[in-house]
Design a protein around this ligand. Structure first.
Ligand code: RAT
Ligand code: ZN
Length: 454
């Protein structure tokens, strides 16, 4: 007989243990196994020759969240007469990775307290690895990381983070990654720790460009400004071929705040959107339905508002939940994973999920992946949806980030669950340890896997 929980102290203990012990299936990351190559540590940025598996200290410190933060305290321009010497974007990007990391360490960790969520994340990751992160420890830390073997290090990080499986983001329009798939798909999909996802932002963000690319790759998907029946067939063939090549478990893209469905509904003013809509309705969703795989939409990212910052130059904006509602209603045969970037969209999105079983909301995405916002969103989601949602994904780009992202999220989810279970216990409902374990398993693992199978 499972232990019955009758007060807050008992609930606290059981929730903490359940969250700690429950392996996570991380449904969205930008991580890769070493079969995708490991980057040259002396290079000054991402080049086509570079490997895709990012891990270790210098990658942690040059995470794009931290690049944005360092340019707040060291300006990109040196003004005459000013006491603060700047560092131009070009100069920063030309520096070797270790020098970029040194620069970020100096300004965000040594001269200031590393108090932001992205800074604190580095500290948590090092702590979880049992490493001392004093201000003068960088050389010692670098030595430690240099001695790790990337492949076995993945096992170590997954064990410490208690992550059972990592879902990748496999961009079909990314030349570096595409070439690797064409060369040896069997090897790339052969690592059982990782799952693949077919990511294809350009199809909806810039159909003419995507169609031109497809054309270059031998798939007559159209001349960009019209989509014929033949183009539709070719487009579907292209997707099927890539789904087979990658063995992808779902398809995904990110969308701008302006995304509207249908494209000419109020607020929709992008001329490219109409073409994207045809591609979505005629090519993407039919293939997703035929394969019974979900289509993930990450809505609200406004790309490159400051392109000099590269990956750090994107931001978010309010999007339109009613467009998600219309899609879920119009395509009942399709399953949709949806996350939105604006805090302002979260309540309406939760209510939308109450209306559609084919809508699974997930994660606290990007600028929402901060304790205060995770708490607010998780509380609201549980109040409106119970446990029928996926509270978090890590979005890790650097392997070691699994250590902090899941640690910080587990703590916040735990805080909310303790309050909610205590309310239930106070009604004299008989709550058991098994109940709590079951709920936690659903939220960190089961809901995702079950939605894939559904
Ligand atoms: O969170 C991030 O790291 C962003 O840069 C994006 O990659 C975003 O998560 C996305 O998948 O588009
Ligand atoms: Zn992402």
């Amino acid at each position: 007989m499972s232990r019955v929980l009758t007060n807050r102290a008992a609930v606290e203990e059981v929730v903490a243990k359940a969250l700690r012990d429950q392996p996570v299936v991380d449904m969205h990351t930008h991580l890769y196994p070493p079969t995708f190559g490991t980057p040259d540590p002396n290079s000054s940025g991402k080049t086509d020759a570079n490997g895709l598996m990012l891990w270790g200290l210098d990658e942690l410190l040059t995470y794009h969240y931290l690049v944005a933060e360092v340019f707040r305290v060291v300006p990109a321009h040196t003004r005459e007469g000013s006491e603060t010497a700047g560092l131009s974007y070009e100069m920063f990007w030309k520096m070797p990775k270790a020098a970029q990391a040194d620069h970020i360490w100096k300004h965000l960790f040594v001269e200031r307290t590393p108090i932001s969520e992205a800074c604190r994340g580095v500290l948590t990751s090092l702590q979880k690895l049992g490493l001392e992160a004093g201000k003068n420890e960088l050389p010692k830390l670098r030595k430690w990381f240099a001695a790790q073997d990337p492949d076995t290090y993945i096992d170590r990080v997954m064990e410490l983070a208690n992550v059972e499986r990592i879902t990748m983001t496999n961009g079909v329009f990314d030349d570096n990654e595409r070439e690797r798939w064409l060369k040896d798909a069997g090897k790339l999909r052969g690592d059982s720790r990782f799952s693949t996802v077919l990511r294809m932002d350009a199809i909806l963000r810039n159909w003419p460009w995507a169609a031109r690319k497809w054309g270059e790759w031998g798939c007559a998907a159209g001349h960009g400004m019209a989509i014929s029946a033949k183009n539709v067939e070719e487009g579907r063939r292209f997707l099927r071929e890539w789904l087979d090549r990658q063995k992808a478990i779902y398809m995904a893209l990110s969308l701008p705040p302006e995304f509207r469905y249908p494209a000419d509904s109020p607020g929709g003013d992008d001329p490219l959107a109409k073409l994207g809509q045809v591609a979505l309705e005629k090519i993407v969703l039919p293939v997703a339905a035929e394969r019974n795989i979900p289509f993930a939409m990450m809505i609200g990212s406004r790309l490159q508002v400051n392109s000099a910052l590269r990956d750090a130059g994107d931001m978010g904006g309010m999007a339109d939940v009613q467009s998600v509602v219309r899609l879920c209603a119009a395509f009942p045969e399709n399953k949709f994973f949806v996350t939105m970037l604006a805090r302002e969209n979260q309540h309406e999105l939760c209510v939308a999920a109450r209306k559609f079983g084919n809508l699974m909301i997930f994660g606290c995405w990007w600028f929402l992946n901060n304790p205060s916002l995770i708490e607010e969103m998780t509380r609201m989601r549980i109040e409106l949806l119970g446990t029928s949602m996926i509270p978090q994904h890590s979005d890790s780009r650097v392997l070691d980030q699994l250590l902090y992202k899941w640690d910080h999220s587990r703590a916040v989810i735990g805080k909310v669950l303790v309050d909610k279970y205590t309310d239930v216990v106070n009604t004299e409902w008989m709550l058991t340890e098994e109940d709590v374990k079951g709920d936690v398993a659903r939220m960190l693992r089961g809901n995702f896997l079950e939605f894939l199978r559904r």
